[in-house]
Ligand binder design. Sequence first.
Ligand SMILES: *[C@@H]1O[C@H](CO)[C@@H](O)[C@H](O)[C@H]1NC(C)=O
Ligand SMILES: *[C@@H]1O[C@H](CO)[C@@H](O)[C@H](O)[C@H]1NC(C)=O
Length: 325
Amino acid sequence: MRLTFSASSPSSSSSLDLRKSRLSAYIFSLLAFAFIFFFAAILYGEDFVYIFILGNSENNPLRQPISTINEAKLAFALWETKEGCDVFSGRWVKDELTRPLYRESECPYIVPQLTCQDHGRPDQGYQHWRWQPHGCDLPSFNATLMLETLRGKRMMFVGDSLNRGQYISMVCLLHRLVPENAKSMETFDSLTVFTAKDYNTTIEFYWAPFLLKSNADNAVIHRITDRIVRKGSIDNHGQHWKGADILVFNTYLWWMTGQKMKILKGSFDDEKKEIVEMPTENAYRMVMKSMLRWVKLNMDPKKTRVFFTSMSPTHAKSKLLGIRL
Ligand SMILES: *[C@@H]1O[C@H](CO)[C@@H](O)[C@H](O)[C@H]1NC(C)=O
Ligand SMILES: *[C@@H]1O[C@H](CO)[C@@H](O)[C@H](O)[C@H]1NC(C)=O
C-alpha cells in the first residue's frame, strides 16, 4: 500500500488531478453545506491509497506531488467534474437563492446541541454558504439521485460530534423523500441508524471520537478531561463498521487537549495499566496508520468508498466558547 498525502489551501491553484474523484466531489458538495473547511477524501485504488488533505499551509510537510491517479471508475461515482477542475480550490459564496437546502425546523433529527435557531441564535446568514470551486460548478444536490444510489447500501459516519453533525445533515437532506411510515431512527449504544425501508438503505453514525478504543467511548457520558486512548485497538470499534459501503471518518478535536496524549498499551481491564505519554502529533499519526490499515484490510476498493473529514469548526454554546462535546 502506498500513501500519498497532499495539502492545498482553498486559494492556491493546486494542480491535483481530481477528475476521478467524482463522488468525493459530490460528497464534498454535501458536506460543504455544513461548514466543512478542511476536507480530505481517501480515494483508494487496488494497491494504493490517495489522501487529499486540505491544509492551510504551503509548507505543510504532508504536501507531496501525486504521482499516479487511479483510472478505474470509482464506486458510487455519480458524475464527472470538468477536466482538470480542482474542486478543493474554491471559495465560500453567499447563496440566498439555493441555500439552505433544509431548515432546522423541517428536520426532526437534529440533536439539541445543534439546534441553533431553537436556542435563539439571532442571525440566519450562516445557513447560506455554498462552496464554489474556482474552475467549475458542482452539480446541485439531488436527494432522489442520492437515495437511488444508496439503494441496498449502508452509509456510515464514524467519529465525534462534528461527524455526527454531518450525519444528521445527510439525513435531513434525504428524509423528506421518505414517507413517515417507511423510515426510522434508532440508537443502539454507540450506533445510530436511520433506515429508509423502501430503499433498503441505512445511513448510520458510530460514536468513536478517537476511532481507537478510549475512555471517552460512552455515547452519552463522555466528557472526560483525562483522556486515555488504547494503542492498537482499531478493531474494537472497527468490527461494527464492517459491511458499510460508504464510510466517512473523522477524528481531530478530541486529540487537541493541549497536552501530551495518554496512550494505554495493555487493556483497560488491566489492574496495573501501562500508560505512556505521547506528543499529540505522534498519537495522531498512530491513529491515522491504524485507520488506513483497517481500511486496507476491510474495505473493497472496487465496491466501497472511504472518506476522511479532517478539521472543521466545532460547535459551542455562545457563552462557553471552546467547549468540546
Ligand atoms: C434527480 O435525479 C433523478 C434520478 O436520477 C432524476 O430523475 C431527476 O431528473 C433529477 N432532478 C434534477 C433536478 O436534476
Ligand atoms: C437489502 O440490502 C442488503 C445489502 O445491504 C441485501 O443483502 C439484501 O438482499 C437487500 N434486500 C432486498 C429486499 O433488496
